[in-house]
Design a protein around this ligand. Structure first.
Ligand code: FEO
Ligand code: CA
Ligand code: CA
Ligand code: CA
Length: 686
């Protein structure tokens, strides 16, 4: 068993499990795809091609005399890489802890007491594991706005007293989908319904008004905009082609159009019309099964194929164990087999109206959505990119049927209700196609198990398999750059890729460190069905030839990184990448952090370290205010990942005994996931 298979917490477990649901049919599909692409493309071309490309870049072409200034578009002094108990930011910048798990979101919120948690209190407080961060200016101001933050998941071991260490190292999760009947998991014996409900309240999202006073940001607890969205009690509507379908119907909702809550909200997006999108990522971990789907047909026929393909039916979160209460029982697969079909979507929230009902848009497909970054195309249609973050899964985009109307915000709120979902197929010659997931077209027919467009969307993975989409190395954030028209795909890693699975777009076997693909739509047309692509960087240590890393040679020993996850484009069109190595950080001896990556010109492929996390955390966000004077980042699950390998600690963290108590460093306080506001000490742009 390799080091990274010895999980010591929820996050590491997730990381290790993300390849479980490969079904036999897919293996064939991978083989077919690879056979079509045996001509491996020399990735170095991506680097050598730069000189030619940089001459024609257009928006970034330099005026004469600007050459010297253009040498480094990120003129900060790089931070030293490393691992310790706290966060660090580049010299000349300040990182302020803005919102911590348990901080009040409302003026009447109870004071945070980690020893006496309740769902009622948590629903008035900032949730757990902050991930996506968005900022929506109020009155067009840069110093006043709504911060929209996702709360992805919960780490019971450091969240609740007396849960104990989670030592899952003896279990082979890749085989049995976790904790079979005879495999009692200590975390579940300690979990109670009260704690399960706290977890449900700690999931979801927060909308909170914040204001800047000088350089200090503060939450406005009395703001009427403030809102908590949770898995416990936020009612949502379901729209689009799968709404109302019989596979969406449950005992609590015979209409198939209403659902309580959202889960595993990883990254997301802010739309051009100022709504907040939450991407439901690893939804499959929440549906408790007394029987394992693999061994016993808890569903039948189509439902079983689907459950297997998505890895539904296991024992990770204990919510579905508490079957007396219908709101928890729905997470029990045997009791409510259709409930998983109501998760795995993109959720749209109107933060300007705290009483509005969030909408799950089924037109965007059901998979482990990492993010939901959109752009208004030049023809006015909205194009939304989203990766399916599991090993060998796909990159998708959605093109709206309607067009964006800057004068009609209400109408824009239905743009994500109707349109076409596509999946990417990368060719070895640097071209690629977007294949439409449309019922009745190609193999997406009744004969192949797709009775309607609802089936195509609920089983988007099965549909994409049929189309022969390219199996990627865990697609995370997919980010369009409005300045250049290019799109960046973070591919975080894939240790399961074998030599004969390699292809041009996923060129390394046992890809532990990930890479970034740059997609170029023709003439900046994001709705086009073809694009060109290139590899921007291959991550990992460039000084070790075995790693086959590719960076601009000016990238320092501090500047290279592994496992790109989230990213942002700032107002100048510069790319910033945050990392999530999970339990793999001991392989790089670098904490996760934020890196500035040059995409254009002579420095293309150069990376510099700007911010780094405390031990065991991954970095999420990032997001800039429009004036670019503030950068928000989210430090997620501090003190958890890989702490057994941290020599100053050397064991798994618990609530009582964590590897760090960041950010409070108070002996009575566990580590707390927190959002950080970074500003320049001299008040300028980041
Ligand atoms: Fe929630 Fe793919 O990171
Ligand atoms: Ca992440
Ligand atoms: Ca990740
Ligand atoms: Ca992003």
């Amino acid at each position: 068993m390799s080091e990274q298979d010895e999980f010591c917490n929820r996050g590491e477990l997730f990381e290790a499990l993300d390849d479980v649901p490969q079904n036999p049919e897919i293996a064939e599909t991978i083989g077919d795809v690879i056979n079509r692409r045996y001509h491996r493309r020399d990735v170095v071309r991506g680097m050598l091609g730069v000189a030619a490309i940089s001459a024609t870049i257009g928006p970034l072409t330099l005026a004469p005399g600007e050459a010297a200034a253009a040498e480094d578009r990120f003129p900060f002094r790089e931070l030293n890489s490393g691992v310790d108990e706290t966060h660090h930011v580049a010299e000349g910048y300040e990182a302020q802890v803005l919102l911590r798990w348990g901080d009040p979101v409302f003026a009447d919120a109870p004071e945070f007491d980690p020893y006496r948690q309740s769902a009622k209190a948590q629903l008035r407080q900032f949730g757990y594991n902050n991930d996506f961060v968005g900022f929506i200016p109020l009155e067009g101001r840069d110093d006043r706005g709504l911060l929209c933050v996702n709360h992805e998941y919960t780490n019971e071991e450091v969240m609740f007293p007396k849960i104990g260490r989670q030592d899952n190292s003896k279990k082979d999760y890749s085989k049995d989908g976790a904790g079979g009947k005879d495999d009692p998991n200590p975390e579940f014996s300690a979990m109670t319904q009260v704690l399960a409900e706290v977890e449900m309240a700690a999931h979801g999202g927060t909308v909170i008004e914040i204001r800047r006073y000088g350089r200090i940001w503060k939450p406005v607890l009395t703001s009427a905009y403030n809102r908590r969205i949770s898995a416990l009690e936020t009612e949502m509507t379901i729209d689009g082609p799968a709404a109302g379908n019989e596979r969406m119907q449950t005992n609590a909702d015979p209409s198939g159009r209403k659902v309580i809550g959202t889960i595993n909200n990883c990254a997301g997006g802010i739309t051009a019309w100022g709504t907040y999108l939450l991407a439901e990522e690893n939804f499959r971990f929440y549906f408790w099964s007394d029987a394992r789907v693999k061994d016993k047909e808890v569903c039948s026929g189509k439902a079983t194929d689907s459950a297997r393909r998505y890895g539904i039916g296991n024992r990770y979160y204990a919510w579905g164990k508490f079957t007396k209460d219908a709101n928890l029982r729905r997470f029990n697969l045997e009791a409510e087999p259709n409930e998983p079909n109501r998760f795995g979507w993109i959720v749209e929230v109107d933060p300007m109206d705290p009483s509005s009902t969030p909408v799950k848009h089924t037109a965007l497909g059901r998979f482990c959505h990492e993010g939901a970054e959109s752009i208004v195309n030049k023809d006015g249609r909205v194009v939304l990119y989203s990766g399916d973050d599991t090993r060998f899964e796909y990159v998708y985009k959605f093109v709206s049927a309607g067009t964006f109307d800057p004068e009609n915000r209400e109408a824009n709120k239905s743009l994500l209700s109707e349109g076409t979902l596509y999946v990417a197929k990368f060719e070895s010659d640097g071209t690629a196609k977007w294949l439409p997931l449309v019922h009745g077209q190609g193999p997406l027919t009744k004969e192949n198990g797709f009775d309607s467009q609802a089936d195509v969307l609920i089983d988007a993975r099965l549909a994409a398999d049929r189309l022969g989409a390219t199996c990627m190395d865990r697609p995370e954030d997919v980010q369009p750059n409005p300045k250049t028209g290019k799109v960046y795909v973070m591919l975080t890693n894939n240790k399961k890729r074998k030599d004969d699975d390699k292809d041009a777009a996923n060129p390394r076997a046992k890809n532990l460190f990930g890479h970034i693909i740059e997609m170029t739509p023709p003439d900046g047309d994001h709705a086009a069905t073809e694009f060109r692509w290139d590899i921007l960087v291959q991550c990992g240590d460039p000084s070790d030839p075995k790693v086959e890393a590719k960076w601009h040679p000016d990238t320092s020993a501090d500047g290279w990184f592994a496992s790109p996850d989230n990213c942002a484009i700032d107002g100048e069109g510069r790319l910033w990448v945050s990392t999530d190595q999970g339990g793999n950080w001991p392989k790089t001896q670098k904490a996760d952090g934020l890196y500035a990556v040059e995409t254009d010109g002579a420095q293309r492929g150069r990376s510099k370290l700007f911010f780094r996390c405390p031990i065991g955390a991954e970095l999420c966000g990032p997001y800039f205010t429009p004036d670019q004077q503030t950068l928000f980042v989210a430090v997620q699950h501090p003190g958890t990942d890989g702490t057994k390998s941290y020599e100053r600690f050397g064991r798994a963290s618990t609530f009582e005994d964590p590897a760090t108590r960041w950010p409070d460093f108070d002996p009575d306080m566990p580590p707390r996931p927190s959002v950080i506001a970074i500003t320049r000490k001299d008040g300028g742009k980041i």
